[in-house]
Design a protein around this ligand. Structure first.
Ligand code: GCW
Length: 630
């Protein structure tokens, strides 16, 4: 008996201690012994043969089902039906998930993706670096050279599989700050090879383009969208692309934004620019995703958060039907908390899609455990997913062994895919699924870590920029705090002091009707709430209002006391979360991942303290002197 239990403990230890490096993501299925799968020969069948344990599975096509959907039933064995092979594949992954999480399959119900376009945006440069990437080099590109390096097909296949397992069906392979070279023949050849790997997984490729490509590549003297030679150049380029990649998805465009060329260089509108590209892609059913992230060009001097509406609202209705406007969830730039972008209220005739940022540019990068689903769900509370054609997520994927740098950052990739499939899933459901698939089902682990994940985004807001503070990040790399950052030679809109304007009396940006009136860009029922300091949610107070240091918050504390409370609360949270991980989670999971997460959480604690100390010192230097706090 004694020997047996020792053996049991030994085996348990060995299984827990088995090193895992995170490379398998949420797909850590044990190999099955040639599972019994019949029907259509396809990738779904291959996956099931490898990993499905249990009853026979039959795969069948059913023309009556909607595209990309699947129907799983369990009557004399399990069957998966779908209109197409892509649907069968999605069904297969759901079935595999259900081996761990029985509720992952609803027998007898048709499951269909919510958004038609579920796209990842890679900000990968052709030299292999990744803008705002924190997990190593690009999995697609290497040296920016006339002749691109051979692609790593094994890695790209794994990438395709991971994406298909959560329903992602499109990917933009290069940075929106795009090199014209991506459209040169050797690169198109590479894109073709990548597309061939992704195709069986139901993933289309798209490219970011540089608006001035006709000059850089085509040797024309102009990129004016109304110039016939420019139009002809793009038409020929589209033809060339589609002759190589018949199911190519289309273009993503950043134009006249942060130094990128665009139609504005020729006094043409964004609509004229987008339509020129749309016309070139139209014969092949390609689309243009045109970004609304513009500021500092036509509306210089205007409150930056207002500029997208000022620019695009007058153009609403002027775009071709294969153009979609792609807008970041918030009106500024992927801050840990922003109100939603009013573009979604104002653009009514042109299709919209939202751009979320999976890579944690302003949320601790791959050093902090911050689970982003609650932030995205917050956005959907204000902007209905029904009003959108698609969803894009700026990827956090690189060549790091665990893909995302931080093991917990994988959860954000996963959550993005799951929400793109079904935005009504809750943050808790997704966290729970992901934890079970990626780490452990044991309740002691699952409950503690679900709680930590759910609280993590609010904690990050607390230790970085509570109560509506924003953009107080260190210049350029956006990692640490720099509330005093004001470097006059940079555009005003990049300087933290522009966004909080702290002085001895007060702090905050007056965007109400007595200030820049940004509140007027919202639909009236929401604008009214934001406009009035008494009804504005306190978590956005300093975003919309300029507030005296002795202002009484709803709980009776002064603004300055409240700010201190939030910064401290955020730091305490990181300390508690780290203690839990360090002292209690170790025995539930493998040593390698435990240790790697542990180190990062320790770092998160230090960085949170730095945020608190720097910010409270800086804001305190005004508040403590303020006559209004006395
Ligand atoms: O705020 C900025 C980021 C840039 C990014 C830009 C954008 C790709 O700091 O790195 O450039 O947003 O979204 O275009």
């Amino acid at each position: 008996m004694r020997r047996l239990s020792t053996l049991f403990l030994f085996l348990l230890f060995v299984s827990i201690a088995k090193a895992e490096d995170g490379s398998q993501l949420w797909l850590r299925y044990q190999l099955a012994n040639e599972a019994n799968v019949s029907g259509i020969e396809c990738l779904a069948a291959e996956e099931l043969k490898k990993f499905h344990i249990g009853k026979e599975v039959k795969l069948a096509l059913n023309a009556n089902l909607p595209e990309e959907s699947y129907l799983i039933s369990d009557e004399d064995g399990i069957s998966i039906q779908a209109k197409d092979k892509q649907g069968l594949l999605y069904g297969a992954y759901a079935l595999l998930r259900s081996q761990y999480i029985p509720s992952a399959v609803h027998m007898g119900q048709i499951e269909k993706p919510f958004f038609k376009l579920r796209i990842l945006n890679h900000w990968d440069n052709l030299d292999g670096s990744i803008e705002r990437g924190y997990a190593g080099k690009s999995i697609f590109w290497d040296l920016d050279d006339d002749q691109p390096k051979a692609i790593d097909s094994r890695l790209i296949t794994e990438y395709a599989r991971a994406n298909a397992s959560i329903g992602i069906n499109g990917t933009v392979l290069n940075n929106v700050n795009a090199s014209p070279r991506i459209l040169s023949a050797p690169y198109i050849q590479k894109v073709k090879e990548i597309a061939a790997i992704l195709r069986p997984y139901g993933i289309k490729v798209y490219l970011s383009i540089n608006f001035a490509s006709s000059m850089a590549l085509g040797k024309l003297k102009t990129a004016d969208p109304l110039d016939k030679r420019v139009q002809a150049w793009w038409k020929a380029k589209a033809k060339e692309i589609y002759s190589q990649i018949p199911d190519f998805g289309g273009f993503l465009v950043k134009a006249n934004s942060e130094g990128q060329p665009g139609p504005g260089d020729y006094h043409r509108t964004h609509a004229e620019g987008a339509n020129m590209l749309a016309d070139a892609l139209k014969p092949y059913k390609g689309i243009v995703m045109w970004r609304c992230f513009v500021y500092g060009a036509n509306h210089k001097g205007e409150d930056r958060v207002k500029q997208a509406v000022s620019e695009f609202k007058p153009l609403d209705g002027q775009f071709r039907d294969n153009v979609i406007l792609q807008t970041k969830n918030g009106p500024l730039d992927f801050q840990p908390r922003e109100p939603y972008s009013p573009v979604f209220d104002q653009i009514k005739q042109t299709p919209n899609m939202v751009e979320l940022q999976i890579t944690q540019e302003y949320l601790g990068q791959s050093r902090h455990l911050v689970y982003l689903a609650p932030m995205w769900k917050e956005f959907f509370q204000y902007v209905s997913p029904y009003s959108m054609k698609g969803i894009a997520g700026v990827a956090n994927i690189g060549k790091d062994r665990n893909w995302c740098g931080h093991h917990f950052s994988q959860a954000n990739w996963y959550a993005y895919g799951r929400l793109a499939w079904n935005p009504t899933l809750t943050s808790t459901e997704i966290a729970n699924e992901w934890l079970q698939l990626t780490f452990s089902k044991v309740p002691g682990f699952l409950d503690a870590m679900t709680k930590i994940m759910l609280e993590s985004r609010e904690a990050c807001v607390d230790y970085m920029m509570p109560l509506g503070l924003h953009h107080i990040f260190k210049f350029d790399h956006h990692y640490g705090p720099e509330p005093n950052g004001f470097i006059a030679r940079y555009p005003l809109e990049w300087c933290p002091v522009y966004y909080h304007k702290a002085n001895q009396d007060s702090v905050g940006f007056n965007r109400s009707s007595t200030g820049t009136n940004a509140t007027s860009q919202y639909r009236p029922e929401i604008g009214k709430i934001y406009d009035d300091i008494n009804t504005c949610p306190e978590n956005l107070l300093l975003w919309f209002h300029r507030v005296p240091w002795n202002y009484r918050m709803k709980d009776g504390s002064t603004l300055w006391e409240s700010l201190q409370y939030h910064y401290n609360k955020g730091v305490t949270w990181t300390e508690d979360a780290h203690n839990i991980w360090h002292n209690k989670m170790r025995h539930y999971i493998d040593q390698q991942r435990w240790q790697e997460v542990d180190q990062r959480m320790e770092h998160q604690v230090q960085n949170a303290r730095e945020w608190r100390d720097v910010c409270l010192k800086y804001f305190g230097s005004f508040a403590e002197k303020s006559t209004t706090t006395k």
